[in-house]
Write a protein that binds this ligand. Sequence first.
Ligand code: TRP
Ligand code: SF4
Length: 405
Amino acid sequence: MPTTTAQNQRVLSGMRPTGQLHLGHYHGVLKNWIELQHTHECYFFVADWHALTTEYDHSEKIAAHVTDMVIDWLAAGVTPGTATLFIQSRVPEHAELHLLLSMMTPLGWLERVPSYKDQQEKLKEKDLATYGFLGYPLLQAADILVYKAGNVPVGEDQVAHVELTREVARRFNHLYGKEQGFEEKASQAIAKMGKKNGKLYKNLRKEYLEKGDMESLSVAQALLESQQNISLGDRERLFGFLEGTGKIILPEPQALLTQASKMPGLDGQKMSKSYGNTISLREDPKQVETKLRTMPTDPARVRLTDPGDPAKCPVWQLHEVYSDSDVQDWVRKGCTTAGIGCVECKQPVIEAVQKELKPIQERAREYEQDLNTVQNIINDGCEQARDIARDTLEDVRKAVGLIYR
Ligand code: TRP
Ligand code: SF4
């Protein structure tokens, strides 16, 4: 385990409000969230400020997209009560932490984030030479650190942002974790652990600091986790003391890498709005059928009697997601021997997608007709999130020295 990593298992992730979600989001992100919510304390939020970094000239669409997206989360099975759902801009502490972090983040760190230049290249038609766009990953760091989240489920493209978050947290702790009388407070905290555990902690610390023994570090961390007699503040002190740093105010998160979505779009490329190859979660069943019926197949199969090769056919990729091995065998055999037609081959996929979407769409319709409930869920989530964020900002202001009471 890397040092000064968050000991807590809290999960945080965010999504930019792109409006109604599609099957790519469902298979790539939401199913993962739904699993995590049963095993971890989860916070999922709509990153509306992040949307502004690229959509500042179309901000009028953001609010509707936020609601639509939350409805899709709920319809897909993210459960309020199990997970906390909220909107970034409703927890202004994200902005305050972002500002404070901006004071100590070297420009080079942000300029070096790969997505900075990539996105500017990709979205050439937009002027992204803005202050906010450069700060995008730092805002993301604030999103994560304000909840002291230990785990951040993200796709490959976001790993560099979590890495930056770790560096920023380390720098913050280094700059501001040195409270007055730290060593003395640490000794007092050790005494509170009792004779036996205190001694064990000191020995493990020595093993780690003098010999770099990682095993001792993780045993000591587990020991601290299990202590009932010490306060949260003391625990943070002792985590820091253990590693020879100051008090850990903002723990470093780790990325929970979500496997790249295997969900292909209608043309065999990754499903994405920008490729126009999506099936949205609220797509009408008839429309699902039409879209799948008209999707391209192996170009070699001009006539029914021409054999095909599933490896060259985007429909096959959908069978890989949706069909069991019997159906897959039927496709492989039927295709390569020209025993089945493409229309026939697509039928099980059409039915599987419709079946998957049916309960999602039923729930979405209920929420669409009861926007009050959606608002209440969001309001509750924002409040819960804000309680945690407020506490963190108290700690942060205190550490920086901005307390005027
Ligand atoms: N940048 C992420 C994306 O584009 C969204 C995001 C914003 C996020 N803040 C976050 C993800 C914090 C995880 C944690 O997908
Ligand atoms: Fe594709 Fe199926 Fe047609 Fe073969 S039979 S080309 S796998 S749609």
